[in-house]
Design a binder for this molecule. Structure first.
Ligand SMILES: NC(=O)c1ccc[n+]([C@@H]2O[C@H](COP(=O)([O-])OP(=O)(O)OC[C@H]3O[C@@H](n4cnc5c(N)ncnc54)[C@H](OP(=O)(O)O)[C@@H]3O)[C@@H](O)[C@H]2O)c1
Length: 275
């Protein structure tokens, strides 16, 4: 039987590439996005249906999910919508902080919650969530973004026990850098005193030390693998940079990894001075 995937943030980047890949593999795709009226590519493809969804809107989430499951089968939910908030925390407005958390974290929790009774009732289903290399390691000047992605890893691991009771799976795709609209869509909080750190970080990004930019199709292939390989595996690393970071962090230990990154950013330890 033809399978169906529901994808959030399908208007661009990884969400769109995943929609195209699953469609090309014979899946039915429900592509959720904020502005379906603006979409010109996915609506030309057979077996892709566009639905309107802003993931910070809880009533829209509940109504959309209710109407989808009333009419069709869903096998996989891909929680992918997200964006980055960069800059120093002290300069971020409360609105910027909440918007980041409500989009990247609460949005995923709410979409997952809305689909659980349906998957539970049919005793089948799989959730996949896009996290990040910064969902298990870290980078400077994006603490709230890092917090949302770490939280998604914790959320997924914890709820994996609950969902397993009903034969429902959950996985994450921890992606390295992706060539997408992400950088353009980023919001920035500012912070002049942090400029020196921003510059050192820029150098690490340009020489590929912090992460590298992978082709979006390559990351979509990992989503497809996670959806279809039947493995009891929680986290899928996507991209060579994510694999390398995970390996280094495991070999060196989390503290040494963090200290080494801080040293490459030319920052002294705050614990050097005796108190
Ligand atoms: N790019 C990277 O380097 C990178 C690395 C690791 C992980 N990720 C993660 O990968 C995922 C996809 O990002 P991308 O790289 O594909 O970036 P992208 O090209 O900017 O796509 C982001 C998608 O999320 C949607 N979105 C943002 N806020 C939303 C909201 N409130 N409600 C509904 N949809 C919303 C965007 O919709 P609109 O078109 O309406 O804005 C867009 O469809 C994100 O979760 C991101 O954190 C990205």
């Amino acid at each position: 039987m033809q399978k169906t995937i529901f994808i959030t943030g399908a208007s661009a980047g990884l969400g769109k590439a995943t929609a195209k890949l699953f469609q090309s593999k014979g899946w039915n795709v429900i592509a959720a996005m904020r502005n379906p009226a603006k979409e010109t590519e996915l609506n030309q493809l057979e077996n892709i249906n566009l639905v309107s969804l802003e993931v910070t809107n809880v009533s829209q989430i509940n109504e959309t999910v209710k109407s989808i499951i009333a009419h069709q089968n869903v096998d996989v939910v891909f929680n992918n919508a997200g964006y980055g908030l960069g800059g120093a925390l002290e300069y971020a407005t409360d609105e910027q902080i909440l918007q980041q958390i409500e989009t990247n974290l609460t949005g995923v929790i709410r979409v997952t919650k809305a689909f659980i009774p349906y998957f539970k009732q049919k005793e089948a289903g799989l959730f996949i969530t896009t996290t990040s290399v910064f969902g298990f390691s870290s980078c400077p000047l994006s603490s709230v973004y890092n917090a949302t992605k770490w939280a998604l890893e914790g959320f997924s691991e914890s709820i994996s026990y609950d969902l397993a009771l009903f034969n429902v799976g959950i996985k994450t795709v921890a992606s390295g850098g992706i060539k997408s609209n992400f950088v353009n869509a980023m919001q920035f909080a500012g912070g002049k005193e942090y400029e020196v750190l921003n510059e050192s970080m820029g150098k690490l990004i340009s020489n590929g030390q912090l992460f590298q930019f992978n082709e979006v199709e390559e990351i979509a292939e990992v989503v497809y693998k996670a959806a279809t390989d039947g493995k009891d595996q929680l986290r899928y690393l996507a991209g060579r940079d994510a694999e390398q970071t995970a390996q280094e962090r495991l070999q060196e230990g989390a503290d040494n990894f963090r200290i080494k990154l801080r040293q490459s950013l030319h920052i002294k330890s705050p614990f050097e001075r005796t108190l």
